[in-house]
Design a protein around this ligand. Structure first.
Ligand code: UFG
Length: 325
C-alpha cells in the first residue's frame, strides 16, 4: 500500500509561515488546499497551484475534510503574546476551541496525519539553554498556554484514535521566500520592526532592555529561516506514525542578541538605523535558544540558511519588493 500523503489541508496558508510552507508543499508535488479566514492572512499570499477556501479552521475545515485528506498542517492561530494577555478569550476560543473542533473533524472523517504549529512560548522562562523538548513547560503568557493545551489534546488523540501527529515548537522565525514574507498589520517582531526604519516607515527602533544577564545586556534569541522551518514541516509530515505524537523544537541552536540583530540589519541595508534603549518588555526571558537535536536526528533536518545575514537579507528583499516604485 502506498502510504505517502498526497492531499493536504493547510489552515492559515495565507499567513507568513503557512504561505511559505504551502509553496514548498506545492513545489514538492503535494495537492494543497489552503484554508484561511483572512483575519491576519492575505489572499494574495496564497501560493499558485493551491486551491483556496476562505473560512475558519473549525466548521469550514470540517466540511472540507469530508472530501478526504491525507493530512492537515494547522497554522491558523492567534499569535500575539501581548494581545493574548489582554484578551484571553480570543486565544482560548480562537486557538484551543478551534483546534479541538478540527481534531474532532479529523477523527470523524478519518484524516490520518497532523502537523501542528506549536511554539517556544510553551516553555516560558527556561532553567537551562539550549532548550530540549524534555524541558518543563511553564508558559508565562496566554498564547503559550493555549498552544500547550492543544499539544496535550493532540497527544490524547494520537493515543486514543491513532492520529499520526507532530508538533513543531518554533523559536524566532525570520526571512522570506520570494514573494512570501512577514507582513502583519500589527507588527511586534524585532526584525520586521527594525527594517521599517530603512523602509522609511519608522524613525528609530527601541531596544527593550539592555540590563539582561547576557554578553551585551540585550535579550538573546534563536532565529530560524522560514524556509528551513517549512522544510521541517515536510519532513515531520513524512515521518509521522499512527498513534504517536512527536514534538520537535525548531531553531538553529545559536543565539543572537537584539543589538546584534540591529547591527546585522544596518550592515545588510546600509542604513544607520538609529536605536534607543527602552524599558524591558514584560515577560521577555533573557535567553531563548533551542536544542534542535531531535529534529536533526529523527527527521534528518538540517538548516540550510542558518546565517542571520541571509535571513535579514531575504526579509529586506521582501520588504523592498512591497514598497511603491
Ligand atoms: N524587541 C525589541 N524591540 C522591538 C521588538 C522586539 O527590543 O521593537 C525585542 C524583544 O523584547 C525581544 C526580542 O526583540 O527581546 C525578540 O522579540 P520578538 O517579539 O521578535 O520575538 P519573541 O522572542 O518575543 O517571540 C517569539 C515568537 C513568539 C513566541 C516567542 C517564544 O515571535 O510567537 O518567541 O518565547 F511566543
Amino acid at each position: 500500500m502506498n502510504n505517502t500523503p498526497k492531499k493536504l489541508l493547510v489552515t492559515g496558508g495565507a499567513g507568513y509561515i503557512g504561505s511559505v510552507c504551502a509553496a514548498r508543499l506545492v513545489e514538492s508535488g503535494y495537492e494543497v488546499v489552503v484554508l484561511d479566514d483572512l483575519s491576519t492572512g492575505h489572499a494574495d499570499a496564497v501560493p499558485d497551484g493551491c486551491r483556496f477556501v476562505e473560512g475558519d479552521a473549525a466548521e469550514t475545515a470540517a466540511s472540507l475534510l469530508a472530501e478526504g485528506f491525507d493530512g492537515v498542517l494547522h497554522f491558523a492561530a492567534k499569535s500575539l503574546v501581548g494581545e493574548s494577555m489582554q484578551y484571553p478569550a480570543k486565544y482560548w476560543n480562537g486557538n484551543v476551541l478551534v483546534s479541538l473542533q478540527l481534531l474532532e473533524a479529523m477523527r470523524k472523517h478519518g484524516t490520518p496525519r497532523l502537523v501542528f504549529s506549536s511554539t517556544a512560548a510553551v516553555y516560558g522562562q527556561p532553567d537551562e539553554v539550549p532548550i530540549a523538548e524534555s524541558a518543563p513547560t511553564r508558559p508565562t503568557n496566554t498564547y503559550g498556554a493555549t498552544k500547550l493545551a492543544i499539544d496535550h489534546a493532540i497527544t490524547s488523540y494520537a493515543a486514543a484514535h491513532g492520529l499520526a501527529a507532530a508538533s513543531l515548537r518554533y523559536f524566532n522565525v525570520a526571512g522570506a521566500y520570494g514573494r512570501f514574507g512577514e507582513r502583519h498589520t500589527t507588527e511586534t517582531h524585532l526584525i520586521p520592526i527594525v527594517l521599517q526604519v530603512p523602509a522609511g516607515d519608522r524613525q528609530q527602533v527601541q531596544i527593550y532592555g539592555d540590563d539582561y544577564p547576557t554578553e551585551d545586556g540585550t535579550c538573546v534569541r534563536d532565529y530560524i529561516h522560514v524556509t528551513d522551518l517549512a522544510d521541517a514541516h515536510l519532513l515531520a509530515l513524512e515521518h509521522t506514525t499512527p498513534g504517536a505524537h512527536r514534538i520537535y523544537n525548531l531553531g538553529n541552536g545559536t543565539g543572537f542578541s537584539n543589538k546584534h540583530v540591529v547591527d546585522t540589519c544596518r550592515a545588510v541595508t546600509g542604513h544607520p538605523i538609529p536605536a534607543v534603549t527602552a524599558d524591558r518588555r514584560g515577560g521577555d526571558p533573557a535567553v531563548l535558544v533551542a536544542s534542535s537535536e531531535r529534529a536533526r536526528t529523527e527527521l534528518g533536518w538540517k538548516p540550510e540558511r542558518a546565517n542571520l545575514d541571509d535571513m535579514v537579507a531575504d526579509a529586506w528583499a521582501f520588504t523592498q519588493s512591497r514598497q511603491p516604485a
